[in-house]
Design a protein around this ligand. Structure first.
Ligand code: ADP
Ligand code: ASP
Ligand code: MG
Length: 454
């Protein structure tokens, strides 16, 4: 056994076809020459979204449509499996590993369709099936290459609280489980193949780590086994200056510091789950972001070493702005306290805020907005609601004192007549955040990228 452990994770696109799953297995084979490793997998590309669509159909009490779409999901997995296992073993493997999962999924969804209602607990259970299925595919790809492996459902290892869809990890219990379940396998040169995204609460219920949470699983496992590094294999050349799907000439950074990356991730850069970076920061474990489809590219190394300059122009969608207007606001001692308490009562987290003498503007995630919240706010003050808001964050170490940069940014907004609905500069020195209408998002991203990164 190598004394160097690494935690390696393959994302949805990497798990998207038999060919790319085999590529991932080949990457694992190569790494095994130098390291002992634990592997985390995401669901096959698009599957978690599809499971979410099933939940939405079940809520509308459409069991027949749910059944038809489960049949398509079955076919998708069977088509991949066919290319990974010998023809004469296919039927047996399908019956033994896959069909029981599909019939459980169908039972839960059809039951839910009858009631027409779900709870977060049931939703977490349904959404967990993607990784349960994909981990069997990875195990078969490793078998094909003759690599000893053991599939592990992460409920066995990752212990959380009962916030079903976005659970908090209980690290003490999780680390103990890692040492008990994962380490002995590494000693025996068996590769653990762990389902990303999933945990379990103290009552034995399935919980989730939030969308995109498989990255976090890889970090949690890395902490549990004292890994030397974490590798996140995805479909782009590392962490880039902006989303390359919107700005094709985005730059890939060879090295970034963890603080900047955490800020990028929390601001909405989907390439890495924010908690996976904060977990790595705490233990000073370097994270590498690599491209399964361009394996020779060195990707991005994320370390504690500080790096200067603007590193990210990040957009995130689905925000709602609330403009609170009260002429007596400043004299009214405790006004803001009452307001934030109202948000707390609705379990809403306030994101960007700005104040003037008589107005307080803040943004929340659109999914948290409700007419009941608005009604309660209107008991305190006049409220104007702006929906379909995008948040643009310009990120880099110590950028907020750079007046030339601020001038460049505002010139772009002025010249292109893009209204700023709220602005936050200086709350931290590495992030300038601007809220704009979502229909200006792509254009703004391109203009800012062109000017500030080039
Ligand atoms: P995976 O399934 O491998 O976890 P994700 O879809 O979650 O992959 O994340 C990768 C995607 O993140 C990329 O395809 C890219 O479109 C998007 N992305 C957004 N912002 C960035 C950024 N700053 N750098 C790289 N990719 C980004
Ligand atoms: N499959 C989950 C999602 O799509 C977790 C992940 O891919 O990281 O959110
Ligand atoms: Mg992801």
């Amino acid at each position: 056994m190598s004394k160097f452990f690494i935690s390696i994770k393959f994302g949805g696109t990497s798990m998207g076809s038999a060919e790319s799953i085999i590529d991932c297995a080949k990457i694992i084979k190569e790494k095994l020459k130098k390291y002992s490793l634990v592997v985390t997998v995401s669901a096959v590309a698009g599957v978690t979204n599809e499971l979410q669509a099933f939940i939405n159909l079940a809520k509308k009490q459409k069991p027949r449509r749910v059944r038809a779409r489960i049949a398509a999901l079955k076919k998708q997995h069977e088509d991949i499996l066919k290319k990974l296992v010998p023809q004469n073993e296919l039927e047996h493997i399908w019956q033994q590993d896959f069909l029981p999962l599909f019939s459980k999924l169908e039972t839960i969804l059809v039951g839910t369709s009858l009631v027409g209602d779900t709870t977060p607990k049931t939703e977490a259970r349904i959404l967990s099936f993607g990784e349960k299925l994909s981990s069997h595919l990875m195990a078969q790809a490793l078998n094909k290459l003759g690599i000893a492996n053991k599939r592990i459902e992460s409920e066995k290892i990752i212990k959380t609280d009962s916030l079903y869809l976005e659970a908090n990890v209980k690290f003490k219990a999780t680390n103990i489980a890692c040492r008990k379940v994962i380490k002995p396998l590494l000693t025996k040169k068996i590769v653990p193949v762990v389902t990303g995204f999933i945990g379990k609460d103290t009552h034995g219920n399935t919980t989730l780590l939030g969308r995109g949470g498989s990255d976090y699983t890889a970090s949690i496992l890395a902490i549990g086994i004292d890994a030397q590094k974490i590798e996140i294999w995805t479909d782009v050349n590392g962490i880039m200056s902006t989303d390359p799907k919107i700005v094709p000439n985005a730059i890939s950074w060879p090295i970034l510091d963890m603080g900047t990356v955490a800020e990028m991730a929390y601001s909405g850069a989907r390439v890495i789950h924010p908690k996976s970076i904060t977990a790595a920061i705490n233990k000073n474990i370097p994270v590498y972001i690599l491209n399964t489809f361009n394996q020779d590219f060195p990707g991005t190394k994320v370390t504690l070493q500080k790096i200067d300059g603007i590193k990210g122009i990040i957009a995130s969608q689905n925000h709602t702005v609330l403009n609170i207007e009260n002429p007596n606001m400043l004299e009214a001692v405790g006004f803001l306290a009452t307001l934030t308490k109202t948000a707390q009562e609705h379990n809403i987290s306030i994101d960007v805020c700005a104040t003037s003498e008589t107005t307080f503007t803040f943004s929340i995630k659109s999914k948290d907005y409700s007419s009941k919240f608005l009604k309660n706010l209107r008991q305190l003050a006049n409220v104007v609601v702006l929906k379909n808001i995008a948040k643009i964050s310009i990120i880099g170490d110590d950028i907020t004192n750079n007046t030339k940069l601020l001038a460049d940014i505002f010139t772009i907004f002025a010249r292109n007549q893009i209204t700023i609905h709220a602005l936050s500069i200086g709350a931290s020195t590495n992030n300038i955040t601007i809220l704009i209408a979502d229909n200006h998002r792509e254009k703004t991203l391109k203009l800012l990228h062109q000017k500030l990164i080039g």
